[in-house]
Design a protein around this ligand. Sequence first.
Ligand SMILES: Nc1ncnc2c1ncn2[C@@H]1O[C@H](COP(=O)(O)OS(=O)(=O)O)[C@@H](OP(=O)(O)O)[C@H]1O
Ligand SMILES: [Mg+2]
Ligand SMILES: [Mg+2]
Ligand SMILES: [Mg+2]
Length: 353
Amino acid sequence: MAPYAKELRVASLAVQRATLLTQRVFHEKVKGTELKSDKSPVTIGDYGAQALIIAAIRHNFPDDAIVGEEDSSSLQDNTDIRSQVWNAIKSTRLSSESAEKELGGSIKNEQAMLAAISAGSSTGGSKGRFWALDPIDGTKGFLRGGQYAVCLALIVDGEIEVGVLGCPNLPVDDQASFSADISDAEGHQRGVLFAAVRGHGATSQALSDDDLKQPKAIQMKSPPSLADATFCESVEADHSSHGDQAAIANKLGITKPSVRMDSQSKYGSIARGAGDIYLRLPVSQSYEEKIWDHAAGVLIVAEAGGIITDIKGKKHDFTQGRTLKKNKGVVAAAKNLHADVLKAVQEVLDAKQ
Ligand SMILES: Nc1ncnc2c1ncn2[C@@H]1O[C@H](COP(=O)(O)OS(=O)(=O)O)[C@@H](OP(=O)(O)O)[C@H]1O
Ligand SMILES: [Mg+2]
Ligand SMILES: [Mg+2]
Ligand SMILES: [Mg+2]
């Protein structure tokens, strides 16, 4: 059996099930967005997806630790939000009975739901197995009907071994034009699941496939020259520096406008050759990137043949706890472009000193 086959299967089904919940929450316009202490939003969708995914992991891998973005503290006394999360969870099941059974079936009650959400509190680290979980990455994108991703990765002794990204609003077709705009995907079936196991390549397949047994290999594209390259970046200007990124693109002779897209959809998109470069230059010196915002995407891009480093050219270090405190930013590109892109990043940053 291929390494981590069970982990890949459980992670893929768990992410698929969570996207059923997030899509339902979006389409039914379930209200109940809160602001966290850092003023970032958290929704019924974030809590519900975290509970469903953790329940599936604990059923299959009871000894594994989980580093999840959300915690249940604000649900303990907010009964209104809590019951909305519970209603969303109760009515979410995979259509395949056997797949639902593989995940351990439904969560038993509200207490079990709160316990599952709270089980994402591991501090991670350099030893043993843990899962990094972002139940909705790009929550702002999710709220505005843009791109978002349900992200899950398994890290073993500091190495990312398995990565899965569910992107309900990206086209299934790997050849579809690269755009964050959902209306551009009209005529295209939407909802794609990206996955990778270290050393075994990266794949994509339709999220709607009941049994998820149709993965197709994906590959980064290598454009003949930098001038032909397309780069992508965050939508939110406080998450990465649009100004520095524009200066880098300019230096590289890139003429096409950037594609602004929320979430790890950026990693999935470049991994399948829809774009060529992802730049995430820090805005603030103090912000530490979170491991769940990168783990799955970094493995998927690497396994599709790309190179991903921080702005200094260092590999991201997932052994440092819940954040990537030893790294700043992200520079991801096809193998033949990465060295030139990194050089331009450093020239732009040095010129600011
Ligand atoms: N200051 C700052 N700098 C860098 N990154 C930050 C910052 N603040 C938040 N975040 C994290 O960004 C996650 C969203 O990812 P993106 O930036 O790729 O998408 S977006 O366009 O901004 O939505 C977002 O993930 P979610 O909270 O899961 O949506 C945040 O964890
Ligand atoms: Mg968040
Ligand atoms: Mg995130
Ligand atoms: Mg999130």
